[in-house]
Design a protein around this ligand. Structure first.
Ligand SMILES: [Zn+2]
Length: 126
């Protein structure tokens, strides 16, 4: 299985993406009030109420939530890659081309299944 040779490159791609997302998150935090960092780490519901009073904070919270989701997806992808469960679409079992693996290492699906998911007709589950 030649995909085994891809493993270190995919892990590097995952790590690079994770690092840049974390940097984006840090960038948001620098401009924000100190409480946001605690909010990010602890996800305190009481602080979420405070954030809702401020539209900008809402926007930041939504953005941070998206970053969190992306990191979660990347972590899941990293676990699959470490386990050697990659190179095959989780939805239809088709082989995923090397170029796609490298371009989107976090995606567990082939191009076709991904397109279907984005069209909303069918949503594969992780
Ligand atoms: Zn597929």
């Amino acid at each position: 299985m030649t995909t085994k040779l891809l493993q270190p490159r995919l892990l590097a791609a995952i790590d690079t993406r994770s690092a840049s997302i974390r940097q984006l998150m840090q960038g948001r935090l620098v401009d924000d009030e100190p409480g946001v960092r605690a909010h990010l780490d602890l996800h305190n519901p009481a602080e979420e109420d405070d954030a809702q009073a401020d539209a900008q904070s809402d926007l930041d919270a939504a953005l941070l939530e998206r970053y969190h989701e992306e990191l979660r997806v990347l972590e899941a992808a990293r676990a699959r890659i470490v386990a050697g469960e990659f190179g095959v679409c989780l939805e239809c079992g088709a082989a995923v081309p090397e170029a796609r693996l490298l371009a989107a290492p976090e995606s567990p699906w082939c191009v076709e299944c991904q397109s279907r998911a984005e069209a909303g007709a069918h949503r594969p589950t992780l």
